[in-house]
Design a protein around this ligand. Sequence first.
Ligand code: DLZ
Length: 155
Amino acid sequence: MSGVGAPALSVDGSGMRIVVVAASWHTTVMEGLLGGALRALAAAGVADPQVVRVPGSFELPVAAMKAASAGADAVVALGVVIRGGTPHFDYVCQAATSGLTEVALQTRVPVGFGVLTCDDEAQALARAGLPGSTEDKGAQAAEAAIATVLALREL
Ligand code: DLZ
């Protein structure tokens, strides 16, 4: 999937309670995603976002569900899954993707999807929002979460 075509979102998240749930595998890339998300939230005027770490991307949906059910206006989910030599990759990606979708639909709380699903570490680093990266998927997920809160308020 190409990052070309991503919208330039300018969002105002002031007054929003945002929870960032972040997995812990692939430390360098994860810190890049988390840094990008927090920079984007600060730029959008979000005060004191809560950050909760979970072990792996498989655990993101249950943490997102708890946050969404406990009054968050939006959740930003961050993780990095890198393909290995077994089908494990597919199961973790599927669980994270469908689980986070279910959280958003069941709770009607937007979930920004910042889970990288990559063939190798180079692909992940390119999307991590680090110096030298070409994309900042953590920031994009945070901006998308805020933008969706604002969109739902119009309905
Ligand atoms: C087990 C596992 C593997 C092999 N790879 C990753 C990965 O690339 N990224 C990630 O976020 N988590 C991985 N995990 C851990 C699972 O997400 C989960 O934490 C464990 O299976 C324990 O439930």
